[in-house]
Write a protein that binds this ligand. Structure first.
Ligand SMILES: [Zn+2]
Ligand SMILES: [Zn+2]
Length: 125
């Protein structure tokens, strides 16, 4: 697939890499707004995924509507392109943590890290 260049939204409000547009009382993510403008309302439970992984992008042909789960899996595939984390834990949906900023992490590693942090703090006290 030949992809056109990204069109980045030019807004001043950027939250977690997403541009926000404001209409009256409501704030929208710019790419969702563009999608609804072209394709109509986004059904509940569906998210607009950036095929180009550029969250600031509002090029309509770089966007697609997917379920939340598909979006997580697509992100994993794009970011990691692996079936295991660095520690060899499987990247299955039960073991994927999605942070507020959209980053996907290995849940098992996260648990181990927090255990370590806790132990380190305890040791230092
Ligand atoms: Zn793009
Ligand atoms: Zn891991």
């Amino acid at each position: 697939m030949i992809m056109t260049e990204c069109i980045e939204a030019k807004t001043t409000t950027i939250v977690n890499g997403y541009h926000k547009v404001r209409f009256g009382k409501n704030k929208y993510r710019a790419h969702r707004w563009v999608w609804e403008l072209v394709n109509g309302k986004i059904a509940e439970g569906l998210v607009i995924d950036h095929i180009c992984r550029n969250r600031a992008c509002v090029a309509i042909d770089h966007l697609r509507m997917v379920t939340q789960q598909e979006n997580i899996m697509a992100g994993l595939h794009n970011i990691d392109n692996r079936s295991n984390c660095n520690q060899g834990h499987p990247f299955i949906k039960e073991n994927i943590m999605v942070r507020k900023n959209g980053r996907r992490e290995c849940a098992e590693c996260n648990r181990e890290r927090s255990r370590c942090n806790w132990a380190a703090k305890k040791g230092a006290a």
